[in-house]
Write a protein that binds this ligand. Structure first.
Ligand code: PLP
Length: 423
C-alpha cells in the first residue's frame, strides 16, 4: 500500500502522475462524464414508439378516445403495467406527463398551498419547515427544496440506506421536519439499495409531524446491471399496515426506459393522498397526454415486457460500467487515494477521494478537457463538507470516450492525492 510509502516513493509517484497529466494535456481532450442520461443507442431501442399507436389507433382498452380531454388518472392499461413495478395498487397509481421530477416539484407546491391529508395547516402557513436529505444524493431534489426555502438536514447514506438512527431520532423530536428524500433502489449517485429493515423503519417510525411525507423516488426500479433483479420492500404496503398510509408519495417514470424526453411519469400514494392530489390537479390540467400513454402501453405490453426491454439497455450500458470499474481498479486500486461504489443497477458510480481533494480533482480534469459533475453537487446547497465525493455518469459517452475520460480522471486523482500527501 502506498499509504505506507516514504516521501521519496511518493515523490516518484507524483512525478509519474505529473508526466501522465502533461501528456494528457497535450492531447486536446474534449470529454464529458457529467451527463446522467441515456446514449442515443439506448433511445434507439424504443424507436418503435415513433410509429405508435399507429394511424387511426386512438382508442384505449376501455374505449377512451385518447385524442380528447379527460382521464386525469391516466390510462388504466399503462397503470396496470407499472403498478407491480412501482409497488402501488393500480387504483392508487396515476400516469401523468413525461417527467417525475415535475411531479415532485408539484407535490411541494401543492403541499405548500393546500392542506395535506393529516395536516393541521398548509406547509406555507407552518413557519420554516425542513426536509431530511440523505447524502450523497440527487442535486435536483435539493434544488426543489432550495427553491422553496426549505432547510435541508443532511443525513449520511449508509450501505443499507439513510442512517436510520439519525432519521428516527430527528423525525420523532422535530415537527417542523416534514419529510425525507429517498431513492430506494440503485440510488443516484451511489447505487445504494435500501435494506428491508430500513424500509420497515421508514414505514413504522413515529414522526412528530402529522403531515410527514417520504418522497420515494423509485427512478431506477428496473434498471439492473447484473443478473440479480434486486427487489426492495414495499414501503406503501408496510406504511399502510402500520397505520401510516398517508406518509408515502411514490414517484417513477419511463425516462430511462423509453425516451428520456418523451416518457411517462407516475405518482402513487394512499387513497386519501390521491384524492387530495386529483382535486389539486383538476385545477391545473384537463388530462394528461393519453396518446403517449397508449403508445407506451402498446410498446411495453406488460411488466415482463418492461423487464425484457431493460435487458437490452443492460447489454448496452453494462460494458460501460464494467470498463469504468476496471480502469478505476487498475489505476487507483491499492493507492489508498480513492474508493468507489460498484452499483448493481442505476446510472451512476460514486468516487470518493481524500478529504479536501474533490474540487481540485474536478478543476484539474477540466484543465485537460474532461468535464466532471461539480464537486459538491451531491450535497444540499452544493456543499460537500468533506469535499471528497465525485459523481461519475458512464452511460452517455461512447465506450472509447468513456475509457479515455476515466483514465484521465484517475490521473487527476493521483496528481491531487499525491500532492496533498506531500504537503
Ligand atoms: N429522480 C432521479 C433519482 C433521477 O436520477 C432522475 C434523473 O436523472 C430523475 C428523477 C428525473 O426523472 P424524470 O425524467 O422522470 O423527471
Amino acid at each position: 500500500m502506498t499509504t505506507d510509502l516514504g516521501a521519496q516513493d511518493l515523490t516518484a509517484l507524483l512525478d509519474s502522475a505529473r508526466q501522465d497529466y502533461s501528456e494528457l494535456a497535450g492531447r486536446g481532450l474534449k470529454l464529458d462524464l457529467t451527463r446522467g442520461k441515456p446514449a442515443a443507442d439506448q433511445l434507439d431501442l424504443a424507436d418503435e414508439l415513433l410509429t405508435l399507436p399507429g394511424a387511426a389507433t386512438f382508442k384505449a382498452a376501455d374505449g377512451t378516445d385518447t385524442r380528447n380531454y379527460g382521464g386525469l388518472n391516466g390510462l388504466q392499461e399503462l397503470r396496470e403495467i407499472f403498478a407491480p413495478v412501482l409497488q402501488v395498487p393500480v387504483a392508487q397509481l396515476l400516469a401523468a406527463g413525461n417527467s417525475s421530477l415535475e411531479l415532485m416539484h408539484d407535490a411541494f407546491v401543492q403541499a405548500l398551498l393546500s392542506k395535506l391529508p393529516g395536516a393541521q395547516e398548509r406547509w406555507v402557513d407552518q413557519g420554516p419547515i425542513k426536509f431530511l436529505a440523505p447524502v450523497p444524493g440527487y442535486d435536483r431534489h435539493f434544488s426543489i427544496c432550495e427553491r422553496f426555502g426549505i432547510e435541508m438536514i443532511p443525513v449520511p447514506l449508509t450501505e443499507s440506506g439513510p442512517d436510520m438512527e439519525v432519521v428516527t431520532r430527528l423525525v420523532a423530536e422535530d415537527a417542523s421536519i416534514k419529510g425525507i428524500w429517498a431513492i430506494p433502489k440503485y440510488s443516484n449517485p451511489t447505487g445504494t439499495v435500501y435494506s428491508d429493515e430500513t424500509v420497515r423503519q421508514l414505514a413504522e417510525m413515529p414522526t412528530a409531524a402529522p403531515d410527514f411525507r417520504i418522497f420515494w423516488d423509485n427512478a431506477y426500479a428496473v434498471h439492473h446491471l447484473t443478473d440479480e433483479r434486486v427487489e426492495i420492500a414495499d414501503l406503501l404496503g408496510l406504511a399502510t399496515a402500520a397505520g401510516h398510509a398517508d406518509r408515502v408519495f411514490v414517484f417513477g417514470s419511463t425516462s430511462k426506459i423509453t425516451f428520456a424526453g418523451a416518457g411517462v411519469g407516475f405518482f402513487g400514494a394512499s387513497e386519501a393522498n390521491i384524492k387530495w392530489w386529483l382535486s389539486n390537479l383538476g385545477k391545473r390540467s384537463i388530462g394528461p397526454d393519453k396518446i403517449n400513454q397508449l403508445r407506451h402501453a402498446t410498446f411495453l405490453g406488460d411488466a415482463e415486457g418492461v423487464f425484457a426491454h431493460m435487458e437490452k439497455h443492460r447489454a448496452l450500458i453494462g460494458p460501460k460500467f464494467d470498463a469504468t470499474l476496471r480502469i478505476l481498479g487498475e489505476q487507483l486500486g491499492g493507492t489508498g487515494l480513492a474508493t468507489w461504489t460498484e452499483p448493481k443497477g442505476g446510472y451512476f458510480i460514486t468516487l470518493t477521494v481524500p478529504e479536501g481533494c474533490a474540487t481540485d480533482v474536478v478543476a484539474r480534469a477540466a484543465e485537460i478537457g474532461v468535464v466532471l459533475t461539480p464537486a459538491g453537487a451531491t450535497h444540499p446547497l452544493g456543499q460537500d463538507p468533506a469535499d471528497s465525493v465525485i459523481r461519475i455518469a458512464p452511460t452517455f459517452p461512447t465506450q472509447e470516450d468513456l475509457e479515455a475520460a476515466v483514465h484521465a480522471l484517475a490521473t487527476c486523482v493521483k496528481l491531487v492525492g499525491y500532492e496533498q500527501r506531500l504537503k
